[in-house]
Design a protein around this ligand. Structure first.
Ligand SMILES: Cc1cc2nc3c(=O)[nH]c(=O)nc-3n(C[C@H](O)[C@H](O)[C@H](O)COP(=O)(O)OP(=O)(O)OC[C@H]3O[C@@H](n4cnc5c(N)ncnc54)[C@H](O)[C@@H]3O)c2cc1C
Length: 376
C-alpha cells in the first residue's frame, strides 16, 4: 500500500520536502494556513548545495530558467574600497530567484492538487504507527509520516527540539528595486559594511536589484521605525548604486525584518514526526543558507524515504543532517558577530584580516565551501 505523509507549512522547506517525498513514492498532502502560496520576503540566493537538492527533486532547471545567475561576489567599505573580492564564481551554480518564483516552481513540481490551502493545523500527535493531524481540535488525517515545516515560530518544533527562536541583536529591511540601469555589473552580489550597519545589493535580473539593509539594535522594538525613508537617510553618501536602488524601490514593498534564530538543534523530531527548515534550524541569514538548508533537508528526507520505513527515517536523517547544520549555523552566527559586534576593535580586527587575505581568496575556495553534500 502507498505510504502517506502530511507536511505542515507550504514555505520553501515544506514544498521541497513534499516534492521530495512524492518522488520517494509517498502520497503527500501539504497543509498551509495561508489562502495562497505566498513568499516570505522578496528574493534570495540559492547556492550550489541547494541547487543539487533541487536537481534531485526535479526542478533545478525550472529555477535556473527564471532566476538571475550570481557570477561574482564582493565585500566593500562605504567609500567603495574592497575588503574582499570581487571574486568571479566560475563553475559555480549560484542563482537569485524571486521567492514567489521559487515557491511556484516547487508547488508545480509537487502538483498543486496536493495542497490544502487556508488550513491551519493545530494538533500533531503519534497514535500507534500513525501520526494524527488535527484542525480546530478535531483529527482530520492519520498518516505514516509527518513533516513539520511551519517556520521559525513553530510551536511543535519548539516542543520537540527545545530550541526557541531568539532575537540576535540586529534588524533592518529588504526590498527589490525595479528597472535600475546605472551600470551595476551583471551577476554581482555585494555587501557594503560601515560600523555596525551593512547593505547588500544583488543583481536580480531584468534590471532589478535585490537589496537588504541591517543595523545593530539592542531592542527589536526599534523595527517599528524602519522604513524606506529611514534606510535612505542612513545610507545617504554611501556608494552610488545604493542610492539608485533605493530611489527605484516602492516604499510599500519594503519589508522590515528583525533577525531571530534558533539554537543549533540536537535532534530533529520524534518517532514519525520530523522537523525541517526554519521550524528546526532558523539561522542568521549571513551566508544565504537558511532556505538552502531547508532544501537540503528535503533532499535528505527524499533519499531516506525511498529506502527506509517511516519509523526508521528520523535517526538516519539526524545522523546525516545534524553535523552539517551545526557547521552552517556556526558560520552564519560568526559572520553576524563580526558584522554587528558592539566592540569596534573586534569588527576592525576581522575586517583587517579580510582586507589582508582577500587577494588569496578565489572561486575554488568558495566552491569547496558550498560543495553539495552526499545524502544516501
Ligand atoms: C533577511 C533574510 C535574508 C535571507 N536570505 C536568504 C538567502 O539569500 N538564501 C537562503 O537560502 N535563505 C535566506 N534566508 C532564510 C530563508 O528566508 C528561510 O530559511 C526560509 O524562507 C524558511 O522557509 P521555511 O519553509 O522553513 O519557513 P517559512 O517560509 O516561514 O514557511 C512556513 C509556512 O508554514 C505556514 N504555517 C505556519 N504555521 C502553520 C500551521 N499551524 N498550519 C499550516 N501552515 C502553517 C506559514 O504560513 C508558512 O507559509 C533569509 C532570511 C532572512 C530573514
Amino acid at each position: 500500500m502507498q505510504r502517506t505523509a502530511a507536511v505542515i507549512g507550504g514555505g520553501i522547506a515544506g514544498l521541497a520536502s513534499a516534492a521530495a517525498l512524492r518522488r520517494a513514492g509517498y502520497d503527500v498532502t501539504v497543509y498551509e494556513q495561508a489562502p495562497a502560496i505566498a513568499p516570505m520576503g522578496t528574493a534570495l540566493s540559492i547556492w550550489d548545495n541547494a541547487m543539487a537538492g533541487l536537481d534531485w527533486i526535479g526542478c533545478g532547471d525550472a529555477v535556473r530558467g527564471a532566476s538571475a545567475p550570481i557570477t561574482q561576489v564582493a565585500l566593500s567599505r562605504r567609500d567603495g574600497k574592497y575588503l574582499f573580492g570581487p571574486v568571479a564564481l566560475e563553475g559555480m551554480d549560484a542563482w537569485l530567484p524571486m521567492r514567489s518564483h521559487l515557491q511556484a516552481v516547487l508547488a508545480d513540481c509537487l502538483g498543486r492538487d496536493r495542497l490544502r490551502l487556508g488550513v491551519r493545523v493545530d494538533g500533531i500527535g503519534e497514535q500507534g504507527d500513525k501520526v494524527e493531524i488535527a484542525i480546530a481540535g478535531s483529527p482530520v488525517d492519520a498518516v505514516d509520516l509527518c513533516v513539520v515545516a511551519d517556520g521559525i515560530h513553530s510551536a511543535k518544533a519548539s516542543e520537540l527540539l527545545g530550541n526557541v527562536p531568539q532575537y540576535r541583536g540586529y534588524l533592518g529591511a529588504l526590498g527589490v528595486a525595479r528597472a535600475v540601469d546605472e551600470g551595476w555589473p551583471q551577476g554581482l552580489g555585494e555587501e557594503i559594511w560601515h560600523g555596525t550597519e551593512r547593505f547588500g545589493l544583488f543583481d536580480a535580473g531584468e534590471g532589478r536589484r535585490y537589496w537588504f539593509y541591517m543595523r545593530s539594535e539592542k531592542d527589536p522594538a526599534a523595527l517599528s521605525g524602519i522604513d524606506l525613508a529611514f534606510v535612505q537617510q542612513r545610507v545617504a553618501g554611501w556608494a552610488d548604486p545604493i542610492g539608485h536602488a533605493l530611489a527605484a524601490t516602492d516604499p510599500a514593498a519594503t519589508i522590515p525584518v528583525a533577525i531571530h534564530a534558533r539554537a543549533t538543534p540536537r535532534r530533529l523530531g520524534q518517532g514519525r514526526i520530523i522537523c525541517v527548515g526554519d521550524a528546526a534550524h532558523a539561522m542568521e541569514p549571513n551566508q544565504g543558507q537558511g532556505g538552502c538548508q531547508g532544501i537540503e533537508d528535503a533532499w535528505a528526507l527524499g533519499v531516506l524515504a525511498g529506502r527506509l520505513s517511516p519509523e526508521a527515517i528520523l535517526p538516519e536523517f539526524e545522523r546525516q543532517r545534524l553535523p552539517r547544520l551545526k557547521a552552517v549555523m556556526r558560520d552564519s552566527m560568526l559572520v553576524g558577530r563580526v558584522a554587528h559586534s558592539p566592540r569596534s576593535w573586534e569588527r576592525g580586527m576581522v575586517r583587517a584580516i579580510f582586507a589582508a587575505t582577500s587577494q588569496r581568496i578565489d572561486a575554488s575556495q568558495l566552491r569547496r565551501r558550498l560543495r553539495p553534500p552526499t545524502y544516501r
